[in-house]
Design a protein around this ligand. Structure first.
Ligand code: ADP
Length: 303
């Protein structure tokens, strides 16, 4: 028996090539020692696995409760505004003039769109984990992605001044149009959510060595220094206490996953002069001489 102080881990069988004699006393003792050592090792390995499983379960429970808390909070507020606006228009529609009615319905539409983006983020996460989101890349003019994302986010950006800085001569890049647009809409949405109405949001494109970089920066409070290293983690929210529209801290995790799937990168920092947050996404340029996957010069040692 493979016995430990806490119980049995199994049984050890010994096979002899030929059945000569029964084991001698020395051999028996050695086998006993081996069995006892093996039993302890097996027990240690089993306990380690159990501890790991327990901590994974705990992590899962923590995520689930974070998710439930955020969902109940983040769904309730926009839903209340949606219901309030739609009910008012249905019940008292005649009492309001046209612009007021339009404004109320506009708010209802914006909240609906935000909720559906939020639900899409929630649904994308497990697909990303399972590797189900394979990028469909093609050569794309980055200004098309920017244009399409800005169109898609038009209503989110209504209260901000958008400043676009795109040099005319930019190389084409290989990317998945849908994923790249989704990343950009998420960044524009955040910029609008986390900066005051009336402030400016900058979108800049430039070439930086083997990378084509897109930067979205805002004039909000920026990201607290302590939060910067964690900003791309799932369910992480730096401004958890105040309401900034629906969201559970998944948007940036999705952006990071999508960028990685396209062989790109995403990074965050604050504008140096005490300005707002600055997010940069980089797509590898498929130029001869560069390795598109790593962005390094071919033949050069990797850093
Ligand atoms: P959320 O759904 O909470 O917006 P994200 O993953 O998009 O989730 O963002 C994670 C956190 O990063 C946000 O909760 C917010 O605290 C912070 N953040 C994101 N974008 C900005 C920004 N432009 N300015 C300041 N903080 C930001």
């Amino acid at each position: 028996p493979l016995r430990t102080a806490h119980g049995m881990e199994g049984v050890l069988g010994v096979e002899q090539e030929e059945l000569v004699t029964l084991l001698g006393a020395d051999e028996s003792r050695m086998l006993d020692a081996l069995a006892s050592q093996s039993a302890t090792s097996i027990e240690r390995a089993r306990l380690a696995t159990e501890v790991q499983e327990a901590s994974l379960r705990e992590e899962g429970d923590r995520l689930r409760s974070a998710l439930l808390t955020s969902i109940s909070h983040d769904f309730r507020t926009p839903l209340a505004s949606l219901l309030g606006n739609v009910t008012s228009v249905i019940t008292y529609g005649e009492l309001y003039d046209r612009p007021t009615r339009d404004e109320m319905l506009g708010v209802a539409r914006m909240e609906t769109e935000r909720l559906s983006r939020f639900v899409r983020n929630l649904m994308d996460m497990p697909r990303l984990d399972a590797g189900a989101i394979g990028p469909r890349t093609e050569m794309v003019d980055i200004s098309d992605v920017v244009g399409s994302a800005i169109n898609g986010a038009e209503r989110l950006l209504m209260r901000h001044e958008l400043v676009i800085d795109m040099p005319a001569e930019l190389p084409m890049v290989r990317l998945d149009f849908v994923l790249a647009e989704h990343v950009l809409v998420n960044l524009l949405d955040n910029a609008a959510k986390y900066s005051p109405a009336g402030s400016r949001i900058h979108v800049r494109a430039r070439r930086e060595g083997p990378w084509l970089q897109l930067t979205v920066s805002d004039e909000g409070p920026g990201i607290p220094a302590a939060a910067l290293p964690r900003i791309f983690e799932r369910f992480y929210r730096a401004h958890a206490s105040d309401y900034h529209g629906a969201g559970v801290g998944l948007g940036l995790a999705i952006c990071k996953g999508f960028m990685a799937a396209m062989g790109g990168r995403i990074s965050a920092h604050n504008c140096p002069d005490g300005g707002g947050a600055n997010f940069t996404v980089s797509f590898p340029i498929d130029a001869p001489g560069y390795d598109a996957a790593t962005g390094a010069l071919r033949g050069e040692p990797q850093p």
